[in-house]
Structures are given as C-alpha cells and as structure tokens.
Design a binder for this molecule. Structure first.
Ligand SMILES: C[S@@+](CC[C@H](N)C(=O)[O-])C[C@H]1O[C@@H](n2cnc3c(N)ncnc32)[C@H](O)[C@@H]1O
Length: 203
C-alpha cells in the first residue's frame, strides 16, 4: 500500500484551517484571474476549481456568469464556503463538494479548470495522477488556467512547480502550451505564481 505522507492528509489540512495557519490565502482576487477575464481568454462556462479552500475566486467567477463547481476535502473549508453562499439573497451558480481530488470523477466534462494552489499542495509523487485527473475533467479543447507556484526551494507544501517539470507533466502530446511566458502573479506572502493557459488536446 502507498504510504501517505503526513502533510497530505485531510486531517493536516483541516488542522491548518482550525489553527488559522493559512498563509496561502489572499486578501484580493488573483491578478492573473482578473487579467484572464479582462482579456476574455476566460469566458463564462462550466468551470471547476479543485482545492478551493476558503478562496473568494469561486464566488468571483459565479457572480460573473460562470457555473462553478469547487472541490476541497477539508470540512471546514467547505463549510465556510457553504455559509458564505447562504448569505446571498440570490445565490450565484456555485456548488461546493467535500471530496478528495485524487479520486473524484466529474459527472460531465468542464469547459475550464482554474487551478490555484492545489497542485503545489499535493505531494510531487501525486502529480502524474493529478495531471491525469485534470485532463479527464476537461472537454477536448477545454482550458486549464494554471497558476504554477514558484518557491525555488526543496520541500513543501507549497512544492516548487519548476516550469521545466510542468512542461514534462503537461506534455505537448496532451496539452497545447501558449507561445507567451505566462503571467506573473505575486502574493503578499512573497510567493510568486506563473499563470499559464493550457489547452487540452485530443478526444
Ligand atoms: C494551499 S491551499 C489553497 C486553497 C485555495 N486554492 C486558495 O487559494 O486559498 C490547498 C487546498 O487544497 C486542499 N487539498 C489538498 N489536497 C487535497 C485533496 N487530495 N483533495 C481535495 N482537496 C485537497 C486543502 O484542503 C486546501 O484547502
């Protein structure tokens, strides 16, 4: 049986929310997401957000006409989001599911996925399986709006998502990469992400 490193467990993530040890959280909406919306690279449709935590992005997208499904296995993150949803007089189209992204199956493929700090939260040994999940969840031609965490250090989470490693993980036989260098997204905790829009190839 595969040994699960301690930091990967739902108990550890739940403990972080419980202890308010959540330095990854943003006070604002990720600048890369705002840019993708402004440039209309990301247009309303059926979108998935894996490892959503307590982030505001699921609501930001739902309020702009997206049909959002957001996943997390930490109970208090999902409860937080459900409570926020209940504060709306007219709730936006967002559904939260408390599931493990490593074994969740999409009832129907999505037009887009917004990947904000879920990949970097996983053990690098899980990356191949997670990349296969991302592909399975998307329609052919669907877009992966990925924020690749750059820590330039060993260990994690967050684990460094070196761009060379990402190009191997999301190989060009399965994904089309843009010609540009992506967007740089800074976090107040001094972490930097590279935003890239990959298109799922094949059928
Ligand atoms: C670094 S946090 C990021 C949360 C959110 N995306 C944000 O930007 O605030 C990583 C999140 O992924 C969740 N997570 C980690 N592994 C998971 C798994 N296997 N299945 C579902 N959620 C997972 C954790 O509970 C946590 O909420």
């Amino acid at each position: 049986m595969k040994k699960i490193p301690k930091f990967e467990t739902v108990e550890v993530w739940e403990g972080r929310y419980h202890d308010q040890s959540t330095r990854w959280e943003r006070d604002d909406i990720n600048g890369a997401l705002v840019e993708w919306l402004t440039s209309q690279q990301l247009q309303p449709g059926h979108i998935l957000i894996p490892g959503c935590g307590r982030a505001a992005e699921p609501f930001y997208l739902a309020e702009r006409g997206f049909e959002v499904v957001a996943l997390d296995f930490a109970p208090s993150a999902i409860e937080f989001q459900q409570q926020k949803l209940q504060t709306y007089e007219k709730p936006p189209t967002v559904a939260f599911e408390q599931v493990d992204v490593m074994n969740w199956h999409a009832p129907a493929p999505f037009d887009a996925i917004y990947e904000q700090t879920c990949l970097c939260a996983l053990n690098p040994g899980q990356r191949q399986d997670y990349a296969a999940q991302l592909r399975d969840w998307l329609k052919p031609g669907g877009k992966l709006f990925a924020l690749f965490m750059q820590t330039y250090r060993e260990g994690g989470p967050p684990f460094h998502c070196a761009m060379d490693d990402m190009r191997q993980l999301f190989g060009t036989d399965k994904w089309q990469w843009p010609d540009d260098d992506g967007l740089r997204s800074d976090h107040s905790n001094n972490k930097v992400e590279i935003g890239m829009v990959l298109t799922r190839r094949g059928d």
